[in-house]
Design a protein around this ligand. Structure first.
Ligand code: NAD
Length: 464
């Protein structure tokens, strides 16, 4: 498909395309300098501005910004700097006997001009995280952050313009129309983080140019709490993981699958930890955030209305304040099977509890749904843990914890099918933005030449 020069990003794209080989051939030291520059911007120069922007966009507590945005990005950069030399090196591989006289290696070359489309829930982390991988791999990049967090997007534009020239990295602000126009351009790789619905749109657009994609998507991530689990420790971690960023996390524990014999005790522990974390009135707590937009506030309240209309039990919370987009940390149980809370990704501070009689029933419940981004297991039973791991599929799993697998740079991060395609973080992120070019170098006479035409006398040629 030919790209129209009328496209508003045509010039930007083709300037990057013209510059791509210069960037791709940048040395290890040059890439280190770029990574250093992003690190300095995030860690020092713009650190307070990042906190302010996130306070305005998401009411994000400062400690959460430090922990889930700044610390994560700086960690990504430090990890990339430590291993970049190794990642960039050609990797020698074995060459079979039939190719005697040659040697083989993999050259990690930049894919070229890349597009990063990012969401709003961790705007800095989910934009600069993939950017670090793209830069480490030697690409040029156009970024389209989310329109839902305008202060963060504007600040990221300033940071990008401070650190890079436009023909290497550029950030374009805008809504769906902007993303649609960008997706018409023949990018070499598209790294998208967002919902499965939009992920499909991105993949269809990528197909027009056969661009490769990494799709970091979402979905309903279950947590199994079996009858052997340490309920106090489980509730402590789940209430932290679920209500951080008001549940607006892709790997947030979406819903609980609890052995029915421990349901009441588990809910009691959850309520006790909620009080410990956010006090009697979480609306006044400086450790609790807000919902990103009124649209999402209304969406979440519609879930609660639906649950109430179907006689669900509200174990805790369910109050809200439209003026400041506040919703209580809420626990709901006894939901009917058709409750919307059990059908759609919640992405907010509502935790539905579903009970099961047998572990097989819990496993079947998960298998009937789309494959999740994360699946969490709380259990002391090795047998149960093994059974769950072997009979379900998920992008990632924590055993007796949640969400922390995201922070291990040595693990691939990503989903499976509906929750994502491809992996990111650390080496896996570098790989996502690299073409693994297969190179064979012939040094001497190759034995395979004996089999060149004419084939009539090949036995004599071999015998010679
Ligand atoms: P979204 O899919 O609505 O938007 C993401 C980005 O896509 C934004 O920049 C948006 O402007 C753009 N976009 C929206 N509609 C588009 C369209 N029709 N065509 C092209 N681009 C379009 O997602 P969101 O609301 O920003 O984020 C929430 C979703 O993201 C959740 O499903 C969550 O689980 C997922 N998520 C996944 C990860 C992960 O790492 N797997 C991380 C964070 C969020």
């Amino acid at each position: 498909m030919k790209t129209s020069p009328e496209n508003p990003y045509y010039k930007l794209f083709f300037n990057q395309k013209a510059n791509q080989f210069k960037v791709a051939n940048s040395t290890y030291n040059e890439r280190l300098q770029k990574l250093d520059a992003i690190q300095r911007a995030v860690e020092v120069t713009f650190r307070n501005d990042i906190k302010d922007a996130l306070k305005k966009d998401l009411g994000k507590p400062v400690v959460e910004t430090e922990m889930t945005e700044i610390y994560q990005i700086v960690g990504d950069i430090k990890h990339a700097k430590k291993y970049l030399h190794k990642w960039m090196r050609n990797k020698k591989v074995k060459t079979p006997l039939s190719m005697l006289g040659s040697s083989s290696y993999i050259k990690y070359e930049a894919k070229g001009v890349c597009l990063i489309i990012s969401p709003w829930n961790f705007p800095f982390n989910l934009t600069f995280g993939p950017l670090v991988s793209a830069i480490a791999a030697g690409n040029t990049v156009i970024i389209k952050p989310s329109e839902m967090t305008p202060h963060s997007s504007a600040l990221m534009k300033t940071i990008v313009e401070t650190v890079f020239t436009e023909d290497e990295v550029a950030l374009v602000e805008g809504k769906v129309e902007t993303a649609t126009q960008l997706l018409q351009l023949p990018f070499n790789h598209i790294f998208f983080t967002g919902s499965p619905v939009v992920g499909k749109i991105v993949m269809k657009a990528a197909a027009e140019h056969l661009a490769s994609v990494t799709l970091e998507l979402g979905g309903k991530s279950p947590t199994i709490i079996d009858e052997t689990a340490n309920l106090k420790a489980a509730a402590k971690k789940i209430m932290w993981g679920k209500f951080m960023n008001c549940g607006q996390i892709c790997v947030s524990p979406d819903y609980a699958l609890v052995d029915e014999t421990v349901k009441d005790a588990f809910i009691k522990e959850c309520k006790s930890w909620l009080k410990e974390y956010y006090g009697e009135n979480p609306e006044t707590s400086d450790s609790y955030g807000r919902i990103v937009t009124t649209k999402h506030f209304n969406r979440l309240n519609a879930h609660l209305d639906d649950a109430k209309s179907k006689n669900a039990t509200i174990n805790s919370g369910a109050n809200s304040n439209k003026d400041n987009k506040y919703i209580d940390p809420t626990i709901v149980s006894d939901l009917s099977d058709d409750a919307s809370l059990l059908e759609e990704e919640i992405f907010g501070p509502i935790y539905p509890i579903v009970t099961y009689k047998t572990l097989d029933e819990a496993i079947d419940y998960i298998k009937e749904k789309e494959r999740p981004l994360a699946l969490y297991i709380y259990s002391k039973s090795k047998k149960n843990i093994k059974k769950i791991l072997n009979h379900t599929k998920a992008g990632g799993t924590c055993i007796n914890n949640n969400i922390i697998h995201y922070s291990n740079h040595n693990l691939p991060f990503g989903g499976i099918n509906n929750s994502g395609i491809g992996k990111s973080h650390g080496y896996y992120g570098f790989k996502a933005f690299s073409n693994e070019r297969a190179v064979v170098k012939q040094h001497t006479f190759g034995i395979a030449e004996l089999l060149f035409p004419p084939y009539t006398n090949y036995k004599e040629k071999i015998a010679r």
